[in-house]
Design a protein around this ligand. Structure first.
Ligand code: AMP
Length: 302
């Protein structure tokens, strides 16, 4: 089943202890779409500027991402620059330029309106809600956000959260959003606002999932080569939603598998800068790492 995503498409400038890249393709919707496209058809809603490179359109097209909802606006593409120290779990934002997203009004193509799986990737919460208001009765709506929006638009974000089933967010950000240092208590606060499932991304420590009645934990895949953690969260979300949309099952065992598929996609993404690794990835490599993940986390009863 197809997935609808709204989020940022960006030119990123990133420095990590292992190298740097200037003005490379990034953005929450780019990472999400490419990761999800291995499992399900993706319908993209976003804006780019006049400077958006044809090779980047070609990359998205090569993954058969539906670009009917991608608007080419006057002005510049969204820019983000950031850096990481040896603690790769923490990005330090150096600059954010909204550019075309300052005036962007999403208008969904008719063919997108009946999409069952919707991912509101990290972007202005008002834009996330405008997209959602144009979709008819989706089966699953998931949302990601970040400190930038928690600080600048807390009320809009809370309103959007009221219409969401599943929140996927990193640990520092869920603590900031809820004012709760304890993740179990943070999950209870999130449930009061609307979502019934919380997925907490913890960088190299893996992922925790909370529902009202259950908890699940998955580690991150231990890698020898990590170059750039940018987009790990969005690649995780792409693998996670992609797998759920692929099977159409939303029961707990399927959600657990989706968490591991998401972790596999994030683990590939961080091996290289920008979308380089995801764009050279093959499905057999994904299957192989999924199996390695299963072996790594398997243990017998006492
Ligand atoms: P993550 O998966 O959290 O590492 O997401 C990284 C991506 O988020 C980068 O490629 C950025 O272009 C994008 N990004 C950074 N800040 C924002 C923002 N305020 N709104 C939307 N996207 C952003």
């Amino acid at each position: 089943m197809p997935i609808l995503v709204v989020g940022s498409i960006a030119y990123d400038s990133v420095r990590t202890p292992f190298g740097e890249a200037q003005e490379v393709l990034g953005g929450s919707a780019s990472y999400f779409s490419v990761a999800a496209s291995f499992f399900a058809p993706v319908r993209l809603v976003a804006a780019v500027g006049e400077d958006f490179r044809s090779e980047d359109v070609a990359l998205l097209r090569s993954r058969e991402i539906d670009l009917d909802g991608l608007r080419h606006e006057r002005g510049k593409t969204f820019r983000w620059s950031g850096e990481y120290g040896y603690n790769l779990n923490e990005a330090r934002t150096l600059a954010t330029e909204l550019n075309v997203f300052e005036r962007f009004k999403p208008h969904l193509p008719d063919a997108y309106r009946g999409t069952d799986f919707v991912f509101l990737a990290n972007i202005d919460p008002d834009l996330q809600r405008e997209v959602l208001s144009q979709v008819r009765e989706p089966r699953l709506v998931a949302l990601d956000t970040m400190n930038y929006w928690i600080e600048s638009k807390p009320e809009a974000l809370r309103r959007t959260l009221g219409e969401v089933d599943l929140l996927i967010i990193n640990d520092a950000e869920v603590r900031q959003l809820t004012g709760q240092a304890n993740l179990v208590k943070a999950a209870q606060r999130v449930f009061e606002w609307g979502p019934s499932t919380l997925v907490v991304k913890r960088g190299e420590y893996g992922v925790l999932m909370f529902t009202r009645g259950s908890r699940f934990a998955a580690p991150a895949y231990p890698l020898e080569e990590v170059q750039d953690p940018t987009g790990a969260g969005d690649s995780f979300a792409g693998g996670f939603m992609g797998y759920l949309a692929n099977t159409g099952n939303l029961d707990e065992p399927s959600i657990r598998q989706a968490i591991v598929v998401g972790s596999v996609m994030a683990s590939f993404n961080v091996e290289e800068f920008s979308l380089r690794r995801l764009s050279s990835l093959t499905y057999p490599e994904i299957e192989e790492r999924y199996r390695a993940f299963k072996r790594m986390t398997h243990f017998e009863d006492l």
